[in-house]
Ligand binder design. Structure first.
Ligand code: BG6
Length: 551
């Protein structure tokens, strides 16, 4: 029997889905029946059961993202029976305390009154906890013994190591997984690990940030390559798992009308925005080290950029897609180190009003240095030296404590060559056509076109042809972390970064990192919390005759 069919018979969500399918009041985010949960690109989700080993399980990421995502996977009916959570951490915890901790993450996220207790029973089953330092071989020996137990009990030798620790620990853990034999180099799918009953796959999932510059990313890649085969390595970028990001390739390559105009002849410029209203919350120490460029632009916005700018892949196979992404990253024109300020702007928020509430300056945030030069805003202009994009600027911006929370990609098209309607246009000028892909919130897309106002005379106004995901969804889609988890469990690498891609994205950032690091004495431009960023960012785009969208 196909082990996948076997696993399908045992999906945790089966009864729950059957029972909850008719009950609209229960807090479930779209319930799918057994085997009915579609994968984003067709097919069904049938992951193998596995031991999900979470390093850093007592940390913020596991608490806020991973546990709620696992619960949601249970709700969606795709978590296979036998899947067991194993925590590895420095804290002393008994298994029952560990279980209570996991439960509290789910309760905190959804409110204990709306959480389904019996589903939690099934998802959490009997989680195991291994106490150990990240660099202590004896901890990994204890982990190996627990995993062998679980293999016999139902995880079938499948192991997913999820590194949800501070980035400084990634290399240490990977080293130890290699040295202890737990990495099982080459076991990227069950078949490759041998024929015995406990054969199975071993995969490692690595959170961002992947390195803090090119050199550290290269070093981490070398460490990983010593322990694992690249086909076992899943470098996360949760932006790739967002619905609109996934839909971008479908929009481009499953429709005939966009590709012919997706080039320098028709596109004037592209703006990619990830604006947040939140500040750095309790993550001051992390953010002090990272800054907006490392935190958002190098990983997330560069991913959105590659999806817009890449050439059509020969197939939808993970490597075919990743190959095209790498090519476009390679085509990005290196920024001249002596003129970085023409291409990159940073800023830091000062006190202001966000959503009607007064918020403090970045300097005043918890565990942030009062004289910090860390940027909470960053904007870049990228040029791509390719036949398709020569001369088309791509502007990327992100910031904390901005006026609105919105992530979008806006493709601005060129104006018509002849402006015979100049006098009829609202405000005296024709608005350029724009295709706007809204990543969040209100996922969807719209096409802005000029239209005649009804009635006498020739008056024009811009209108939007819009599609909102909310109007056609029968169930809420998988959250980004659900997608990431289930894809890694299924061995689908399409939404994960390859080592060479990450390095290339760092290579593009290098001149900016160096310029900002070596010029702290010049100070950092400021912007008021609740605004759209520093004036220097407006100047960056205005030099080319454009302005930022106010979404
Ligand atoms: C994370 C960053 O990767 O992405 C955070 O570390 C940021 O600083 C977050 O707030 C944004 O993600 P999302 O999914 O809320 O847009």
């Amino acid at each position: 029997m196909n082990p996948k069919d076997d696993a399908l018979d045992e999906l945790v969500g089966y009864e729950v889905a059957d029972r909850w399918g008719d009950d609209q009041d229960v807090h479930v985010h779209g319930v799918a029946r057994l085997g009915e949960t579609p994968s984003p690109f067709g097919g069904k989700r049938h992951p193998d059961p596995c031991a999900l080993v979470i390093f850093g399980v007592t940390g913020d990421l596991a608490h806020r993202k991973l546990m709620p995502a696992l619960y949601d996977l249970g709700c969606h009916g795709v978590l296979p029976f036998g899947t067991t959570i194993v925590g590895y951490g420095r804290q002393e915890l008994r298994d029952d305390e560990f279980r209570a901790l996991l439960q509290s993450s789910i309760d905190d996220h959804y409110g204990s009154e709306s959480v389904d207790g019996s589903l939690c029973e099934r998802i959490l089953m009997t989680p195991r906890y291994v106490q150990g330092q990240f660099d202590d071989p004896s901890g990994y020996a204890r982990l190996a013994a627990v995993l062998e137990d679980l293999d016999a009990a139902g995880t079938r030798g499948n192991r997913m190591f999820y590194l949800a620790t501070p980035p400084s620990q990634f290399g240490v853990i990977v080293d130890q997984l290699g040295a202890s034999g737990l990495a099982r180099k080459g076991a990227f799918d069950g078949a490759s690990a041998g024929d015995g009953p406990a054969a199975g796959w071993t995969r490692v999932v690595i959170e961002k940030p992947f390195g803090r510059d090119l050199a550290t990313a290269q070093e981490l890649n070398r460490t990983i390559a010593a322990a694992f085969d690249e086909r076992q390595v899943y470098r996360i970028d949760h932006y790739l798992a967002k619905e609109t990001a996934q839909n971008l390739l479908v929009l481009r390559f499953a429709n005939g009308i966009f590709e012919p105009v997706w080039n320098r002849q028709f596109v004037d410029h592209v703006q990619i925005t990830a604006a947040e209203t939140l500040g750095v919350e309790h993550r001051g120490p992390y953010f002090e080290e990272a800054g907006a460029l490392r935190d958002m632009i190098q990983p997330h916005l560069m991913q959105l950029f590659t999806l817009v700018a890449m050439e059509p892949p020969v197939s939808f196979d993970a490597d075919a897609v990743r190959e095209e992404k790498l090519k476009v990253l390679r085509a990005v024109r290196p920024m001249p180190p002596d003129r970085v300020e023409r291409f990159a702007v940073r800023g830091q928020y000062v006190q202001g009003m966000v959503g009607g509430e007064e918020v403090r300056a970045y300097h005043g945030e918890d565990r942030v240095a009062p004289d910090s030069h860390t940027e909470t805003y960053a904007a870049l202009k990228l040029l791509v030296d390719s036949w398709r994009w020569q001369g088309v600027p791509f502007y990327l911006r992100t910031g904390k404590r901005l006026a609105e929370r919105v992530t979008e990609i806006a493709i601005r098209f060129k104006r018509p060559p002849v402006t015979m309607f100049r006098d009829a246009a609202a405000g005296g000028g024709l608005a350029p056509n724009a295709l706007v892909l809204r990543v969040q919130p209100d996922e969807g897309f719209s096409l802005r076109i000029e239209s005649k106002m009804p009635g006498h005379g020739n008056h024009l106004q811009p209108v939007d042809m819009a599609y909102s995901y909310g109007t056609t969804l029968h169930e809420l889609p998988f959250s980004a972390y659900e997608t990431v988890l289930v894809d890694a469990m299924e061995g689908d690498m399409a939404l994960f970064n390859r080592g060479d891609q990450v390095e290339q994205a760092w290579r593009i950032m290098e001149p900016v990192l160096r310029a900002w690091q070596t010029a702290p004495e010049r100070g950092i431009p400021i912007y008021e919390a609740g605004s759209w960023g520093p004036e220097a960012a407006d100047a960056l785009i205005a030099r080319d005759g454009h302005s930022w969208r106010r979404p």
